[in-house]
Design a protein around this ligand. Sequence first.
Ligand SMILES: [Ca+2]
Ligand SMILES: [Ca+2]
Length: 164
Amino acid sequence: MYIYIRCKHLSSKYHIFLLRVGSKKSNNILFKPACNHDEHNDCDANAICSDLPGGSYKCECNNGYFGSGTECADIDECSGTNSCDSNASCSNTAGSYRCPCNEGYTGYETYCRDIDECAGLNWCPENSDCTNTYGSYTCSCKENYLSDGRQCHGTYKNNIKDFF
Ligand SMILES: [Ca+2]
Ligand SMILES: [Ca+2]
């Protein structure tokens, strides 16, 4: 019959011993790797366990977490240093973070560029001019056209002129 004994050091490292009960032999204490079995170590679920010589082991928090190794907490990168583009918003996640580009911008996390809404598919109504701006665009009616807030209509004078 065997029993396990776990001893904690001040360095937060542990030793795991496998003790053979009833044996008087000097080799009745065996070191047992702790990292192969979660019940034999106190590493946090978000930590890496490393077996050390002599049966001890250490716990180190995964990237994106901070703490002793036996307790690890998520780093909120959005409240500190991060690599989000200035035209992106930072979104904290467990163990990492995201940087979705703001509306009107396209790209990938660390590089967001303005969408030119006036190029290609013009989003402005008929008889208007499109002006691209950073993060948006504007539409203004062409000369002799008036806006009703949604469309541009020819003025009475312009219609008469077109009629002849
Ligand atoms: Ca995080
Ligand atoms: Ca734009």
